[in-house]
Write a protein that binds this ligand. Structure first.
Ligand code: AR6
Length: 179
């Protein structure tokens, strides 16, 4: 599914983040920037050790923020390491922190003049954020950012499996007011 936000495209696809040919891909990282499992593990496995070596120089990356490195052997040029919140019931600032993680990654795209970026569904694996709620936060944050900045030209959300795709598709239709 694709929607236009002004001149920008917001796209939902089913697939693997490591296979994306966008200029940047986003990693679901942790504050320590130490390679873990899920998306993080897949990106470091596919991209090689240079990504972790570069990320290590940043030290720590607080929840809700993001840092950028090269992408090693991946098709993308950059990896943006964004740290989403750990779900602790929903009353510990999780929606704001999740929105901030998406916004921080998008701001890095503007700073580096990156025109296309692919995100995974941050926080919805090991960090336990409920998918439906996370989809709403992710999509509304991206839409607001694109409306305000008219960049990057392409934002793709890469959903891992049918369930995640369907959940995001439903949330996007609701937000756009389409049947
Ligand atoms: N491509 C796209 N999406 C994927 C892929 C993939 N290759 N693999 C998993 N997903 P997670 P988090 C989906 O756990 O919740 C790590 O250990 C997955 O189904 O990767 O933010 C880090 O080091 C889920 O919906 O990230 C951190 O410590 C979503 O990606 C911690 O996990 C995110 O799942 C971060 O946890």
């Amino acid at each position: 599914m694709q929607v236009k936000i002004g001149n920008c495209v917001l796209e939902l696809v089913k697939g693997d983040i490591t296979q994306q040919d966008t200029e940047a891909i986003v990693n679901a990282a942790n504050e320590e920037l130490i390679p873990g499992g899920g998306v993080d593990g897949a990106i470091h496995r596919a991209g090689g050790p240079s990504i972790a070596e570069e990320a290590r120089r940043y030290g720590r990356c607080p929840t809700g923020s993001a840092v950028i490195t090269g992408a090693g052997n991946l098709k993308a040029k950059y990896v943006i390491h964004a740290v989403g919140p750990i779900w602790r019931g929903g009353n510990h600032g999780e929606p704001e922190l999740l929105a901030s993680a998406y916004r921080s990654a998008l701001k890095l795209c503007l700073e580096k003049d990156i025109n296309s970026v692919a995100f995974p569904s941050l926080s919805t694996g090991a960090y336990g954020y409920p998918l439906k709620e996370a989809a709403r936060v992710a999509l509304s944050t991206i839409i607001s950012f694109l409306k305000e900045h008219q960049k990057p030209a392409l934002v793709r959300l890469v959903l891992f499996g049918e369930d995640a795709y369907q959940t995001y598709e439903k949330a996007l239709k609701e937000l756009m007011g389409t049947p």
